[in-house]
Design a protein around this ligand. Structure first.
Ligand code: BGC
Length: 394
């Protein structure tokens, strides 16, 4: 099918969704109160001519999932779809019942960020059997052939950016001195956490092997350094124990590789309460949450990896509309869309144990005190109010 016809079909689909009354079902699309929480049992999918998109987010604790949920809901609602948005409160059972509920309400498409990537294959098989299409959003869903597409950032690259920041800040390529590091990685049931870890570890490996980088706690294995539910408190407690066990007064800690901003907040608190050294400890992060941005300005966090969530939601909308229109999105989607941001199509890297899931990957960027104004403020992601408080604008 040539590009013009394809474009025409997309326009036609969007128009027909708008005209068919999908958006006038009485559900208030942009009102969070419309978010479904009731747990009806999975039943046959009701095909009543509506176009229903179910969005299942993991939790509301992190700034990002609130933004992701809102962007996705607004994008699909503006395209004329009926949207059901739910938050699983980090509970696997709740996410499973949310998904079954969406299918029973006639969902045609599910966009899911899994609480536990390996625990939802049963409801997804049911959804697939009912003809529902599934996009894994940000986190890959494991061990099932039911997932059709994956949209995320280059997760391996996130870890590489964090590690490269540490290498440059500690001068590991030029200095002869050995430096110390500790690791706080992510939730082991989140498939992304392993990619972040691997990207960082592969990059740091030459320095760990040569002894230029040492880990006084001896804890560098993924599971040893993992943080259940990406919890700030768990990260804080683990680092406090490490500091009191391995860092007496004259023992210097140079860096803590934290996989994301919620764990970085925990590390920052532990350093403030329990580190006896006077040096500024390098702390990495990911997401660009407002407390962490404030910490980058104050110097208590060194960097974060920013991911433009609007881009992720835009790509997810395009894939969804293509699927709903009966197409099979591929690399062509990127050419056709002509976005003003980078996105790559990958059919090999993200194997979920059942199949290599076709993936659309976006580019994360490293943010530190050196480029934060330019990358996050001048470009309009964040602004300050008259009292200097930072707020997100996108
Ligand atoms: C996301 C991160 C987020 C983390 C904790 C990961 O899957 O990619 O952006 O910080 O989950 O919610």
């Amino acid at each position: 099918m040539n590009r013009i016809i394809k474009l025409f079909l997309i326009e036609l689909l969007t128009l027909s969704l708008l005209l068919c009354g999908c958006s006038s079902s009485g559900q208030t699309k942009k009102d969070p109160i419309s978010e479904k929480t009731s747990a009806t049992k999975a039943t046959e999918r009701i095909d009543d001519g509506r176009t229903v998109v179910g969005i299942s987010m993991p939790d509301r604790l992190l700034e990002r999932w609130n933004k992701d949920g809102a962007f996705l809901r607004d994008n699909y609602a503006d395209a004329g779809c009926e949207v059901i948005l739910s938050y699983a409160d980090n509970l696997i059972d709740k996410q499973i019942s949310d998904i079954r509920d969406m299918v029973s309400q006639g969902a045609d498409l599910l966009v899911i960020t899994a609480v536990d990537g390996a625990a939802i294959s049963a409801p997804l098989q049911e959804a697939k059997a009912a003809g529902v299409k599934i996009i894994a959003y940000d986190r890959l869903i494991m061990d099932t052939d039911a997932v059709d597409y994956y949209v995320s950032f280059d997760n391996y690259k996130v870890g590489v950016l964090q590690a490269n920041y540490i290498i440059a800040s500690l001068g590991l390529n030029s200095s002869a001195d050995a430096k110390t590091i500790e690791f706080i990685t992510g939730d082991p049931v989140d498939n992304n956490a392993k990619y972040f870890y691997q990207g960082a570890m592969d990059t740091l490996k030459p320095f760990l092997d040569s002894g230029k980088l040492i880990v006084p706690s001896g804890q560098s294995d993924f599971y040893e350094t993992a943080t259940a539910q990406w919890s700030t408190d768990i990260a804080k407690q683990r680092l406090q124990i490490i500091l009191s066990s391995y860092y007496p007064k004259d023992m210097r800690l140079d860096a803590v590789l934290c996989a994301n901003d919620s764990t970085a907040l925990g590390a920052t608190k532990a350093i403030a309460s329990d580190y006896q050294g006077l040096n500024n400890v390098i702390i990495t992060g990911q997401d660009g949450d407002i407390p962490n941005i404030n910490n980058i300005f104050s110097g208590s966090q060194s960097m974060t990896v920013y991911k433009d969530l609007k881009q992720e939601a835009i790509v997810t909308l395009s894939i969804g509309l293509d699927i709903l229109g009966g197409s099979t999105p591929s690399e062509d989607l990127i050419k056709k869309a002509d976005w003003d941001f980078e996105c790559s199509y990958d059919t090999k890297t993200y194997n979920n144990g059942n199949k290599a899931v076709p993936s659309y990957l976006l580019r994360p960027i490293a943010i530190s005190a050196d480029n934060i104004e330019k990358e996050l403020f001048d470009s309009g992601y964040y602004n300050r109010d008259s009292t200097g408080q930072i707020f997100a604008t996108k």
